[in-house]
Design a protein around this ligand. Structure first.
Ligand SMILES: N[C@@H](CCC[C@H](N)C(=O)O)C(=O)O
Length: 302
């Protein structure tokens, strides 16, 4: 039986990025991809990311967090999800500063002045082609040779690429809403140049320190907000001379403030979170063999 069966969860969002948080700190069983997919089904608690808290495994950290996409894949980073998790642990512990560990490393979070506003330190971006990763060498990742559409009139081309603990490609356009990202996104996510797939963003510079963007998320599809993509977009804008290092980023779900700190190269992301409801997973959802493709009312229906 899955560790999630009958387990309580909290449904939250960070700017409309749908986040479900499950606390397994007293029951540290690793989930399978099929269990995560079942949890994401309409009969479960549909999410963009499932954030699962485990006991801390490194001294000085408050918890280890695993991040699952709707397709069951695991992500190293999820900025909005980390702000949701942090808000729960702020309330639990009374602390105003926390340190988490994810597959991508250590993430610090601070409670902000206003209610439900928090900042996460997403660490330093990586720009090396092996770190992103890309399938072949590119010395300059500010604009790589990649295009879709006719060779002489590409629809999209020359993205900036970066890792924020997960792989991102940012295509610079005049209007992010002028493209069918639901169609183009999966093609680019799975392009052979990205051996680990990639999050695909369309971004426009809409002011001296303002960006507007939409993202097709690896493993989750179109979302209202992707925090790590906002970070990747902001650092890519700064390193290509499009903006300064501190910007406001408008996503379909709202605004984030991204600050690429000069002194240590770390990227700080500030924004709100919202609580929606508390629920419990239906045990029947996990009653069948969730290690296989089909689940009771689960992944098979997606
Ligand atoms: N929504 C997240 C990013 C989620 C991870 C992504 N889909 C991946 O697999 O890399 C965020 O707020 O950063």
């Amino acid at each position: 039986m899955s560790a999630l069966a009958d387990h309580p969860y909290v449904k939250m969002n960070g700017l409309g990025n749908e986040i479900v948080v499950v606390d397994l700190r007293d029951r540290p069983e690793k989930l399978t991809a099929a269990e995560a997919r079942a949890a994401a089904s309409p009969e479960g608690a549909p999410f963009d990311q499932l954030m699962v808290l485990y006991p801390a495994r490194t001294p000085g950290t408050d918890a280890f967090v695993r991040i699952y996409n709707t397709d069951g894949s695991e992500a190293g980073a999820c900025g909005n999800g980390m702000r949701c998790v942090a808000d729960i642990v702020f309330a639990d512990t009374g602390k105003t500063a926390l340190t988490f560990e994810t597959r991508a490393g250590i993430i610090n979070a601070w409670k902000g002045e206003e209610p439900l506003v928090s900042t996460v330190d997403m660490g330093a971006p990586k720009f090396g082609w092996r770190d992103i990763p890309l399938a072949e060498e590119f010395r300059d990742t500010r604009a790589i040779e990649l295009q879709i559409g006719p060779i002489d009139a590409p629809i999209l081309h020359s993205p900036s690429v970066a890792s924020m603990g997960n792989p991102h490609a940012v295509f610079w356009v005049d209007d992010p809403w002028a493209y069918d990202l639901g169609k183009i996104g999966p093609l680019l996510e799975n392009h052979p140049i990205f051996p680990d797939r990639a999050n695909i963003t369309l971004a426009a510079v809409t002011g001296p320190d303002h960006l507007t963007m939409r993202t097709w998320e690896r493993g989750a599809g179109l979302t209202k907000a992707c925090g790590s993509a906002a970070c990747a977009t902001a650092v890519s804008a700064a390193r290509t001379g499009r903006t300064g290092r501190r910007v406001r980023v408008t996503l379909p779900g709202g605004d984030l403030i991204i600050d690429w700190r000069e002194r240590d190269d770390h990227v700080l992301m500030t924004g709100p979170v919202e609580y929606e409801w508390h629920g419990r997973f239906d045990p029947a959802l996990f009653a069948k063999d969730v290690t296989g493709a089909a689940t009771a009312g689960g992944a098979a229906g997606r």
